[in-house]
Design a protein. Structure first.
Length: 294
């Protein structure tokens, strides 16, 4: 009996040692996520095509609207806007819808898809950064969305008649907004983790962001009390800067231009810090209470 036990122990001692699990690098996680999501978007094209058609309808609507309305001179405008100027006013907002969908919608879409496919537990029990995973989902959507964004940008360049430098500044503003919105999108995805079915709630939030930030009318046209809420949203400052550069400086900004850039960087620092903190809290809570809860 003892000899059998010793022999079994000897056999066990010769078994290969388990490999040490190492965390995936940021680059590998990012690359794998982007490739995976690009493959999904290529395979299931109906949703992306639907988004393109929806955006095209918005552009057409604003193009028709610009022929029948004018925006009178106000605290934000040095002159009355009519015709092509009204379209320039709206097209800057439409361009940002592309970034909104990528940065705010992609992380939540990834959570919903992983919940549906039953892969969320796998993602949350493996040693890689979930934050980088969400960033990868945003980048994949952003890459494909250039099919829409670039034509809109060239339309803005053609109609606005602004200088090349101003148009480059518009691109910089859009890129800064993207960086600001990514952590905001992570926080939206956390709602999906905690409450699962949040599509209608998030839809209301997105529409509220657009309306309060001045996508459809100047901030100065909103009631005074509502304007203070608008100042708490990063979109407000981005719309303001895009219109400033699109109209070649003939747009009175809420704050001096340099200060508005500074406000966006403050939003970036706050959102990154808050999203990383909340992601860690949610991960700890769900793992402590059981992964079946997510």
């Amino acid at each position: 009996m003892q000899a059998d036990v010793v022999n079994k122990l000897d056999e066990v001692s010769f078994l290969p040692m388990p490999k040490v699990v190492r965390s995936a690098t940021i680059w590998n996680t990012l690359k794998a996520t982007v490739i995976k999501d690009l493959q999904i978007q290529i395979r299931y094209r109906a949703e992306f095509l639907g988004a393109i058609v929806g955006l095209a309808i918005r552009v057409l609507y604003f193009a028709l609207l610009s022929n029948v309305i004018s925006i009178s001179a106000s605290e934000s405008l040095n002159r009355e806007l009519a015709g092509p100027d009204v379209f320039v006013f709206f097209i800057g907002a439409v361009m940002l819808f592309v970034f909104n969908d990528a940065a705010l919608g992609a992380p939540l879409g990834a959570v919903s898809r992983d919940l549906y496919n039953g892969t969320l537990e796998f993602l949350y029990t493996n040693p890689f950064s979930r934050y980088v995973y969400y960033v990868g989902t945003v980048l994949s959507v952003l890459i494909v969305s250039q099919i829409v964004f670039l034509p809109l940008f060239f339309v803005l360049v053609f109609i606005s008649g602004a200088s090349i430098i101003n148009m480059l500044m518009v691109l910089l503003v859009c890129l800064l907004l993207l960086v600001v919105l990514v952590p905001m999108g992570v926080m939206v995805a956390l709602l999906g983790l905690l409450w699962r079915q949040v599509g209608s709630v998030v839809g209301i939030l997105f529409f509220s962001f657009e309306f309060l930030s001045g996508a459809y009318l100047p901030i100065s046209a909103l009631p005074a009390g509502v304007q203070y809420i608008s100042y708490l949203l990063p979109f407000t400052w981005v719309y303001d800067l895009i219109r400033y550069y699109s109209f070649g400086g003939d747009w009175i900004t809420i704050l001096p231009v340099e200060q508005e850039w500074g406000v966006l960087f403050v939003f970036l620092i706050v959102f990154v810090s808050l999203s990383r903190y909340l992601l860690k809290k949610v991960e700890h809570m769900t793992k402590k209470q059981g992964l079946h809860l997510i």
